[in-house]
Write a protein that binds this ligand. Structure first.
Ligand SMILES: [Zn+2]
Length: 446
């Protein structure tokens, strides 16, 4: 029985034998997709009198919403903070390759840089939908330069700035344009930060607190002025103290305005955050946890030595060292790895682990009506393809209680992708061509 051509010529794809993450639970239901949108089957059957053109057996796999990475500095040899005329091909490469790790939209992140870098790079970032060509771009995350010298991590000190008189105008002059900016990380203890937070929030830009020595009261003020996010909780901020818990205290603060939720990013790679710290944060404020990779250019490169910009680094599992030293050089864990580690470290359910990388970042950015869920009419992927957008099979059958990787079936795309997509997938996932651009690796998470 064909799809209803009076509504659309596009084929309707029915995913069968799968578990769908919907309404916070894995449910045994089929998933229906047309033109990149998830369909309501009742409406399809009874109003449109339509049915599937293509049926795909998912062999008991989980279909979860696509992951959203709101802090990713690069990967696969590409550094988003490196101003080049070829920036576009670099971002295209990353957006294509992170698909196979379940990430279907992201915020390319720039670390503290001189104004000239923002002026050259930001105009080359365009907000766009995802699809078979790559993950969607939700806008840039600018981490710095308005951050604390004491907690700069690996951000270059000579590029740090403070807010002087005319603070917001100074920020505009520094970045050049806010056109594609989605998140700004700043240190709220800086003078005039309240004014800047209000101005950014007014423009729909998410303000995140990080690389900061703020006390709890300063952090609460920032939230009252509009800040909603904390950048890589625990890293690059004052450690928890029982008399003044600092930014970490926002997780249990009673001064969060009614109806608001503070979210916080966590790098869950087993290296940057101790599992016990992950458990403390999760148990204190589970609905605010947003998994981020904070990945650098080394993510996705093969083990061994690589030249990344000015540095030679050695990748050994999830550790990246400056070659010949034991100095960590940034996070290289992919988002699917972070999701699995988070589940193992906290003992949370599969559903909770998946939502920390999908629903929560969508809520942070206020886009949960179209991303981060598998609700009807949400984005499912690109027209003409089965879901490579929101609906991605991340994890294969392996029991309900864990997200163990299964190399045989985890990316068994033949079960769920159309043949042409499978060919595409093989080419980019199984036989990756690692192209090195001019790279500059930065560790900015400490
Ligand atoms: Zn950072």
């Amino acid at each position: 029985m064909p799809s209803n051509k009076s509504v659309s010529d596009a084929p309707i794809v029915q995913f069968t034998n799968c578990r769908i993450l919907r309404s916070h639970q894995l449910q045994r239901e089929d998933l229906w997709v047309r033109e990149g949108k998830i369909l309501n089957p009742e409406k399809l059957f009874f109003e449109e009198k339509g049915s599937a053109d293509i049926q795909l057996d998912c062999k008991d796999s989980i279909i979860a919403p696509g992951f959203i990475d709101v802090q990713i500095n690069g990967g696969f040899g590409v550094d988003f903070s490196l101003a080049t005329d070829d920036f576009k091909s670099g971002i295209d490469l990353v957006s294509q390759k992170i698909l196979s790790h379940g990430v279907t939209s992201f915020c390319p992140t720039l670390v503290t840089s001189p104004p000239a870098v923002y002026h050259q790079v930001l105009p080359q970032i365009s907000i766009r939908n995802g699809g078979a060509h790559g993950a969607g771009i939700l806008g840039a995350h600018l981490e710095g330069p308005f951050i604390s010298k004491e907690k700069k991590g690996a951000h270059p000190e000579h590029c740090l700035r403070t807010f002087e008189a005319g603070a917001f105008q100074d920020l505009l002059a520094t970045y050049g344009s806010l056109h594609c900016v989605r998140i700004v990380t700043l240190a709220p203890e800086m003078k005039r930060s309240s004014e800047v937070i209000r101005e950014l929030t007014k423009r729909g830009i998410c303000v995140s607190l990080g690389h900061s020595v703020a006390n709890l009261s300063q952090a609460e003020d920032a939230v009252q002025h509009g800040a909603t996010f904390i950048t890589h909780l625990f890293n690059a901020m004052l450690p928890f103290h029982h008399r003044d818990p600092g930014i970490v205290g926002l997780l249990t603060s009673d001064k969060i305005p009614a109806g608001r939720r503070v979210f916080y990013g966590m790098i869950s790679d087993g290296i940057h955050t101790n599992p016990a710290a992950l458990r403390i944060a999760h148990r204190a404020h589970p609905k605010g946890l947003v998994l981020v990779t904070d990945a650098i250019a080394g993510m996705g490169l093969a083990p061994g030595r690589h030249t990344l910009g000015q540095q030679v680094v050695e990748i050994d599992g999830l550790n990246t060292y400056i070659a010949g030293t034991k100095t960590l050089s940034g996070s290289v864990a992919t988002m699917d790895t972070c999701v699995r580690h988070f589940q193992e470290a906290t003992g949370c359910s599969v559903e909770i682990a998946l939502e920390a990388a999908s629903l929560h970042p969508a809520q942070l950015l206020g886009i949960e009506h179209k991303k981060g869920t598998l609700n009807y009419d949400s984005d499912a992927g690109s027209p003409g393809h089965v879901p490579r957008g929101a609906a991605v099979v991340h994890f294969a059958a392996g029991g309900k209680s864990s997200l163990q990787p299964d190399p045989q079936t985890r990316y068994d795309a033949s079960a769920v992708f159309q043949p042409q997509t499978w060919v595409f997938f093989c080419f980019f996932y199984l036989f990756p061509i690692l192209v090195l651009y001019g790279i500059c690796s930065k560790d900015k998470t400490t």
